[in-house]
Design a protein around this ligand. Structure first.
Ligand code: JAH
Length: 290
């Protein structure tokens, strides 16, 4: 996969030389090209921003500079990848569509991504309007908080996508098991994990994990994943596919709700839905040991 990044802080991306992403680049799986946006300015001050139309605080990034930069990077990529090649343009912004594991999997299928992280109050909106007519242009958010610029969001996305590329993770670890990966554990957080020693500072590893009983271990892990998700992300449980829940899952959910009633008597249902909604969670695979 080719990745181009245009930024006024290309040095911000030094972490992409390290660890898994560094290895993927060495091995040619990830072909990252960094560009200094100011290279496409024409004035002595290398100006990239101007005051916002309509007034208000802060500055907005000028469309002409971004337009020349994106055009040039597309031409450069085409010289390497063919005259018909077009990148998918990704602009991080707090007002974007959520970047989720689903989006990461979609981007991992793309041969060429072009990231355009902004500073100040963002890029003149005509830039995404223009490229939206010429290629797929996405405004995406990695979470509901405001950064000082889009660079950190690009680092997050390149790592989330890069680790999904064939050959980046060892065969020992499957991306199918990830929290938020489609499959059996879809929409469940991963539960706790342990390694040696079996007792550390008086804290014991749960007995079942030492039992060697693979069916019971799989069942316990699913129970812990469900309990953790109910506690930390109840809205994910409310969205669970009913066909993915078995009788045992339903018992775990009921027991959790009873304990919530003890601890927080005034608390609403942790899923945010009334009890009758939970009766919708009926029937499902019975393929795990009780
Ligand atoms: C802030 C340009 N979703 C996280 C996120 C993404 C981008 C930005 N902030 C937060 C941002 C300032 C300027 C982009």
């Amino acid at each position: 996969m080719r990745v181009d990044i245009i930024s006024i802080f290309p040095e911000y991306f030094a972490p992409l030389d390290v660890s898994l992403m560094g290895k993927a680049r060495e091995r040619g799986i990830l072909d990252i090209h960094l560009h200094q946006l100011r290279d496409w300015t024409h004035d002595v001050h290398k100006t990239v921003d101007d005051t916002p139309y309509g007034g208000g605080p802060g500055m907005v990034m000028k469309p002409e500079v971004w337009g020349e930069a994106v055009d040039a990077v597309i031409e450069g990529g085409r010289a390497a990848r063919g005259a018909d090649a077009l990148p998918r343009l990704v602009v991080p912004t707090p007002s974007g569509r959520p970047f989720t594991q689903e989006v990461a999997l979609e981007y991992a299928e793309e041969p060429w991504l072009l990231f355009a992280p902004a500073r100040y109050e963002g890029i003149d909106s005509r830039v995404v309007a223009e490229y939206g007519e010429r290629l797929r242009a996405d405004e995406v958010s990695i979470g509901d908080y405001v950064l000082a610029g889009g660079e950190a969001a690009v680092l997050v996305m390149v790592e989330a996508v890069g680790r999904l590329l064939p050959g980046v993770l060892g065969n020992a670890r499957s991306v199918a098991d990830d929290s938020f990966a489609p499959g059996a554990m879809a929409n469940l957080l991963e539960g706790p994990v342990y390694t040696k020693p079996p007792v550390w500072r008086g804290h014991e590893v749960p007995e079942v994990l030492l039992s060697g009983h693979h069916g019971r271990i799989a069942r316990w892990r699913r129970d812990e994943a469900l309990r953790r998700t109910l506690d930390r992300r109840p809205e994910l449980v409310a969205r669970l596919d009913r066909d993915g829940l078995d009788k045992h899952d339903r018992r775990v959910i009921e027991e959790f709700e009873e304990r919530v009633d003890e601890r927080r008597p005034a608390a609403a249902s942790p899923t945010g839905f009334p009890p009758e909604v939970h009766s919708a969670f009926r029937a499902g695979p019975e393929d795990m040991a009780d």
